[in-house]
Design a protein around this ligand. Structure first.
Ligand code: BTN
Length: 251
């Protein structure tokens, strides 16, 4: 593994990695920061990045996959993150909340923001930036009150502190292995493993549609395209493309 670019602070490692990828930096290269001033979360949210306590990194991928496969990499990356912490803390139960939040005991421990280049007619090489944020040695006191009720960290779950650089290396290795599996054998094996960790499977959940309707339905897990399926009480099956789904009891 190449050493990552290690920054003491930055606005967002995803922005840094995206710029490097546009300049042609290779598959597997990572950017790791001790803190971020403008960390980006999914759906335009921000990612609070207290200094020296969490993992904030972005890894450039140039998988030999058609662009249409890129959305599935989100799930592949989530599985890699979950596998990495499971092997580190085998007694702690971890799970994945679609599309790629890392959960333990009903609380969020990490999240992933995947951003990809647009395909061009010039045939330029396309890439994906996998941005990973994880609460590692993080006390809940650093979060605003609304997050203190929903968040957790590896330290809270295990009572131990972790070396963030070593954790990065572990996640990086597993991510590249899982992406290789995705490229060489297809998405099926990744999906099978992902589904074993699905915290929404069979659970009543809610989300808001584009036309502002609140839908309540039970999670059926992601399909072969990585889109989440859910069935409501009338038997109607929904395909959720993006957005924020919540367990109904979380309201
Ligand atoms: C989410 O759960 O909403 C995704 C959070 C992703 C946060 C990480 S921190 C490192 C990388 N840089 C960013 O600006 N965001 C991602």
């Amino acid at each position: 593994m190449d050493n990552p670019l290690c920054l003491t602070s930055t606005d967002s490692t995803n922005v840094d990695a995206f710029k490097l990828a546009l300049e042609g930096v290779k598959h597997g290269f990572g950017v790791l920061a001790a803190t971020q001033h403008a960390g980006k979360g999914r759906l335009g949210k921000s990612w609070i990045s207290p200094a020296d306590t969490g993992l904030y990194c972005s890894i450039i991928l140039r998988p030999a996959l058609p662009f249409t496969e890129f959305p599935k990499i989100t799930l592949t990356a989530g599985l890699a993150l979950c596998t990495a912490v499971e092997t580190l803390l085998p007694h702690v139960p971890f799970g994945l909340k679609w599309p790629n939040d890392l959960y333990s005991n009903g609380r969020k421990c990490g999240g992933i923001l995947v951003e990809s280049s647009s395909p061009t007619s010039l045939g330029e090489s396309t890439f994906v930036v996998v941005g990973i944020g994880m609460n590692v040695n993080t006390p809940l006191s650093v979060f605003p009150p609304e997050l203190q009720e929903k968040a957790t960290s590896l330290r809270i779950l295990s009572g131990n502190d972790f070396d963030i650089r070593q954790l990065y290396c572990r996640i990086h290795k597993i991510l590249l292995e899982q992406v290789d599996t995705h490229v060489s054998t297809g998405f099926g094996q990744i999906l099978k493993e992902w589904r074993k960790r699905d915290v929404l499977l069979g659970k009543e959940m809610q989300w808001v549609t584009g036309d502002k309707k609140v839908i309540t339905a039970r999670g059926m897990g992601p399909d072969a395209n990585g889109q989440l399926l859910a069935r409501d009480s009338s038997g109607k099956v929904y395909e959720i493309l993006s957005g924020d789904v919540q367990l109904a009891v979380e309201k």
